[in-house]
Design a protein around this ligand. Structure first.
Ligand code: ZN
Length: 165
């Protein structure tokens, strides 16, 4: 399951011989995300990687249950089909809604240059962080400081944003 098609998130699909690194795997990709990188941007690295999994690329939409117990949540903005995965009502894999949580947890309005649509990314970040705090989910993210997994809550009095705990 791919949160989005930036190189540091799908690159592991291809091995050093330019073959499928996981020859028996299905690859689950948001339909909007695939269309953006393949049809609109025509990113060759994305096209080549997905072609290695021809017939095993499974498209999904926001709101779908991608696999049993795994729901695709709209986290778009960082990329058009950027997806968070809610796993078994306990864990939220947040992808790249944050790159610098030490800054973006207390100040979630700050976007980064990697966000395709910074305004939409800001709204998604706030929405996803609100959702995680409200549901008491553990969040996991690829650019979250080690251990890369924790819970968050709304920040206390006289503070903004969120705190991890
Ligand atoms: Zn990214």
């Amino acid at each position: 399951m791919i949160t989005h098609l930036h190189g540091d998130h799908f690159g592991g699909l291809v091995n050093e011989h330019n073959e499928a690194a996981f020859p028996n795997a299905n690859v689950y990709v948001n339909a909007v995300e695939r269309a953006y990188w393949v049809d609109d941007v025509k990113n060759e690295a994305v096209i080549d990687a997905l072609n290695l999994y021809d017939g095993r690329v499974k498209l999904f939409n926001f709101g779908d249950e991608v696999l049993t117990g795994v729901k695709a949540i709209d986290a778009s903005g960082h990329t058009p089909g950027h997806t968070a995965f809610e796993v078994c009502n306990e864990v939220l894999i947040v992808g790249d809604i944050m790159h610098f949580p030490e800054i973006q947890l207390p100040l979630p309005e700050i976007s980064v240059k990697y966000d395709v649509d910074p305004d939409q990314a800001r709204e998604s970040r706030k929405k996803i962080l609100d959702y995680a705090a409200e549901k008491n989910f553990t969040i996991a993210g690829m650019h979250i400081t080690p251990p890369g997994i924790y819970k968050i809550k709304k920040a206390g009095l006289n503070k903004t944003g969120y705190e991890k705990f």
